[in-house]
Design a protein around this ligand. Structure first.
Ligand code: FAD
Length: 509
């Protein structure tokens, strides 16, 4: 008999999982698993989550979505990383007011690792993000990561997308159904748990009882299956990441030819930060903040001041969340994916990528022979480590700041709010920079390049003086830095603007 999989929830997590697993588990073939997705029309989806990670390209390609469809149907634009303003110093203080975390890895010329040379001062005055790859300068000039002639998901500069989250869920749904997923618009009213502690079936309003071999909980913060029915606890990490609220607004461009910024802009505030994401026809802006350090009124006042008159009297949407994760996200025959599994503030766009990772793990660990326990153990261990490493990476943006202008920033640098694992990493990097030996690609979403961009963008000091003599290829390094500069100038001269590439995709036949 075919294995049956029931996904409850049709937000980004549900439909991404459905579309992806339909391909990986061959839903459309007789030997494949049968996938049904049930979503409640009344509850609706969260519908925020506009910034992604470069892994999304492979995921969308597997599902069978084209870049043209992304641009036309989801208002997509090309994202080349994140730009952080006012994270290191209070606005107005002397010193650099921003740094970037581009997706492009640092260039290595003939295997020469450039970072130690930059740390020793051979890269000049410029920041690390500027000297190690051409991407920062190209993105600052609003260049796209590729030419119109490059195939889908292929480019000289690494990239992801910004898109309209509600439209994306719709596109993912259409593809998943095309890939063989059965779609039910219905509400799950009860989850039955058998004597063995596994889910025995779910009741729905219109379709009666549904049962499956594997249940996937994509019900968002409600966590109807993994949390409410199976009682798997949610571990709050607000002790580390204080933000628990967001106010979101969508605003038009002042002028329809205004450049589309190729980064997610993240501007630090007195008790949090604001995101600013440029799509093809509008911007999505949000204020993420800690309710323990400010209130909604002040947060909205700052958001409206940031947005200016283009915000008009547009309504602001309020969202509450709790930074954290479940330590057990696969229990018996139920797996949680998406917000039901865990969530951190969207500072580094870790929401959707966790759904991508989880869907990939389920495809690889799918219990064809019925052995849920072995798969669950591996899944839970892997996801937990991923959550903990991502938590540390996000905390890094706060805990090495030199800002002390509010309680929020003072609390963020308190040693007690920094996990031991992060203290340990920072200790390592006082006398050597992060390298691949600090990274485990099986659990780390962020590579050593990401850690380097944030550390050195924030002015972290790694003292290489004791080993300076080991770096003898100074002239080669200087040549490599000059080559990056040449490549940046070439990219700026030859790549289309972000808006031109989007317009091209819109009009391509
Ligand atoms: P939801 O969108 O909430 O979907 C839940 C689904 O479950 C819905 O279809 C609902 O109808 C259904 N459901 C619930 N109960 C039942 C029931 N009883 N019966 C049937 N159906 C039911 N991620 C990023 O990657 N990048 C970002 O920039 C980003 N920004 C974010 C900003 C904010 C402020 C927040 C809060 C999150 C952000 N995220 C971001 C995370 C991202 O929004 C989520 O990862 C993504 O939306 C997935 O949500 P979901 O599908 O798990 O839940």
């Amino acid at each position: 008999m075919r294995k049956r999989l029931l996904i409850v929830g049709g937000g980004t997590a549900g439909w991404l999982t459905a579309g992806y697993l339909a391909k990986r588990l061959s839903t459309d073939l007789p030997g494949g698993a049968a996938i049904t997705l049930v979503e409640s029309p009344e509850i609706g989806i969260l519908g925020v989550g506009e910034g992604t990670f470069p892994t999304i390209r492979r995921t969308l390609k597997t599902i069978g979505i084209s870049e043209v469809d992304l641009v036309r149907k989801c208002g997509a634009s090309f994202k080349q990383g994140a730009k952080f303003a006012h994270w290191r110093f209070t606005p107005g203080a002397p010193g650099p007011d921003h740094y970037t975390h581009p997706f492009q890895l640092a260039q290595a010329d003939n295997g020469l690792d450039l970072l130690p040379y930059w740390l020793l001062g051979h890269g000049g005055e410029a920041n690390w993000d500027e000297v190690c790859s051409p991407q920062k300068k190209a993105a600052d000039a609003h260049r796209a990561p590729k030419l119109p002639s490059h195939p889908d998901y292929v480019a000289p500069l690494n990239y992801a997308f910004h898109f309209d989250a509600v439209a994306l869920a719709g596109l993912l749904r259409d593809k998943a159904v095309e890939n063989g997923v059965t779609h039910l618009m219905d509400r799950v009213t009860q989850v039955h748990v058998g004597e063995d502690g596994a889910i025995a079936g779910v009741d729905t309003e219109a379709n009666g009882r549904l049962d499956a071999d594997l249940y996937i909980d994509c019900t968002g913060f409600r966590a109807e299956l993994i949390g409410k029915a199976l009682g798997q606890p949610y571990r709050s990490r607000r002790d580390v990441l204080f933000c628990d609220s967001a106010l979101a607004i969508q605003v038009p461009y002042r002028d329809e030819r205004e450049p589309i910024v190729s980064y997610t802009l993240a501007t630090a505030q007195e008790a949090g930060w604001m995101w600013d994401i440029g799509l093809d026809r509008r911007r999505g802006i949000g204020h993420v903040f800690s309710s323990a350090h400010t209130d909604d009124t002040r947060a909205e006042e700052l958001l409206r001041a940031y947005v200016g008159d283009v915000g008009g009297d547009q309504e602001v949407r309020k969202i509450r969340f709790e930074a954290g994760y479940r330590e057990t996200n696969w229990h018996k025959n139920c797996v949680a994916i998406g917000l039901s599994s865990g969530f951190f503030e969207p500072l580094e766009a870790t929401g959707i990528v966790f759904s991508e990772v989880a869907a990939g793990l389920v495809a690889n660990l799918f219990p064809w022979g019925g052995d849920h326990e072995t798969s669950a153990r591996q899944f839970n261990a892997n996801m937990l480590q991923r959550y903990e490493r991502a938590r540390d990476f996000i905390k890094l943006h706060y805990c090495i700041s030199e800002r002390r202008d509010s309680e929020f920033w003072r609390d963020n640098v308190a040693a007690s709010s920094i996990p031991d694992s992060l203290h340990d990493l920072l200790d390592r990097w006082r006398f050597r920079p992060p390298t691949e030996i600090d990274i485990d690609t099986n659990v780390d979403i962020f590579t050593e390049a990401s850690w380097q961009y944030v550390l050195y963008g924030m002015g972290w000091k790694t003292d290489l003086s004791a080993r300076a003599g080991a770096y003898r290829y100074v002239e080669d390094a200087r040549r490599a830095f000059a080559e990056v500069e040449r490549q940046a100038a070439f990219a700026i001269a030859n790549l289309p603007s972000n808006r031109q590439l989007i317009d091209y995709a819109r009009t391509r036949s």
